[in-house]
Ligand binder design. Structure first.
Ligand SMILES: Nc1ncnc2c1ncn2[C@@H]1O[C@H](COP(=O)(O)OP(=O)(O)OP(=O)(O)O)[C@@H](O)[C@H]1O
Ligand SMILES: [Mg+2]
Length: 262
């Protein structure tokens, strides 16, 4: 199976339908600094899985924060027609004094679910979905890193947003745990129809997961190139097609990094 490599720098993502996310001419400059992001045009279709790749410091987290409405762009527009997107961080960022179930319950309460019994049922369903049945009463320190990220994923899903933003969520995990979570994430994505924007600087991970890989340049961050990944799921990180496309993307990533003297 071969991966189709898009020739142009823009891959049309269902332009006719209402998008899950649309960024038009987005720029971001922090006070007193040089522009971090500049002229970003990016459309994510409903149910699409897009991986954002780029060197450290190129503005990936900044871009996710703009989509999550945690910060405002300096120029251009950010649209998330469904409302607020759910965001999952590299560190699980669970409240350590709450149990796994209570962490999820809190997200449900913030969503406005008032019935305690309904919330308990929904929390159990979400724990089941991330394969953590029976973990309701466990505190974060009693869970492994992989389990904590599963709870964080369940908490993000509890927001019931059709858009899930993930900022290097598996970067701190060992390779085997990461591999299992890749499988789980794809299973969930296929089951839920969520649009996912997944940030990573791991090229293989991007190709393993995404339908589209978007490479950002640095200083300022711009969309440098995009690839559509037509390798059918389930993929494995060691598949030849994944490796081949990763080599090509890595070459471009290296060029982007050397262009900025890193
Ligand atoms: N709140 C802020 N105030 C000032 N500068 C910021 C702020 N947030 C980010 N920056 C700067 O913007 C640039 C991009 O940061 P960002 O965290 O988005 O990069 P990144 O691509 O996510 O990097 P990494 O891969 O290391 O996570 C960096 O130079 C950073 O110092
Ligand atoms: Mg970051």
């Amino acid at each position: 199976m071969t991966a189709t490599i898009a020739e142009s720098t823009t891959v049309d993502a269902g332009a006719s339908a209402t998008p899950a996310v649309r960024l038009s001419g987005v720029g971001k400059t922090f006070r007193g600094g040089a522009p971090v992001l500049d002229g970003i045009d990016l459309t994510v279709a409903p149910g699409e899985f897009v991986c954002l790749l780029g060197a450290s410091g190129c503005g990936k987290s900044t871009l996710l924060n703009l989509i999550a409405d945690l910060d405002a762009p300096s120029s251009g527009t950010v649209e998330v027609p469904s409302g607020r997107a759910a965001l999952m961080f590299q560190e699980s960022a669970l409240f350590p004094w709450l149990t796994a179930g209570e962490n999820i319950d809190l997200a449900l309460r913030l969503r406005g679910l008032s019935g305690r019994r309904d919330r308990r049922a929904e929390t159990e369903r979400l724990l089941d979905l991330v394969r953590l049945r029976g973990a309701y009463d466990k505190r974060p320190h009693q869970l492994s890193g992989g389990m904590r990220q599963r709870v964080a994923l369940a908490r993000a899903l509890a927001q019931d947003s059709p858009v899930l933003l993930m900022d290097e969520p598996f970067a701190a995990l060992d390779a085997i745990t990461r591999d299992v979570l890749h499988e789980e994430l794809i299973r969930l994505w296929e089951a839920t129809g969520l649009a996912v924007v997944f940030v990573t600087h791991n090229v293989r991970e991007a190709v393993r997961l995404g339908q589209r890989v978007v490479l950002l340049s640095s200083r300022p961050g711009r969309v440098a190139r995009e690839w559509r990944v037509d390798i059918p799921q389930p993929r494995r990180i060691e598949d030849k097609a994944v490796a081949d496309l990763s080599v090509e993307i890595t070459d471009d990533l290296r060029k982007e990094i050397s262009r900025h003297g890193r």
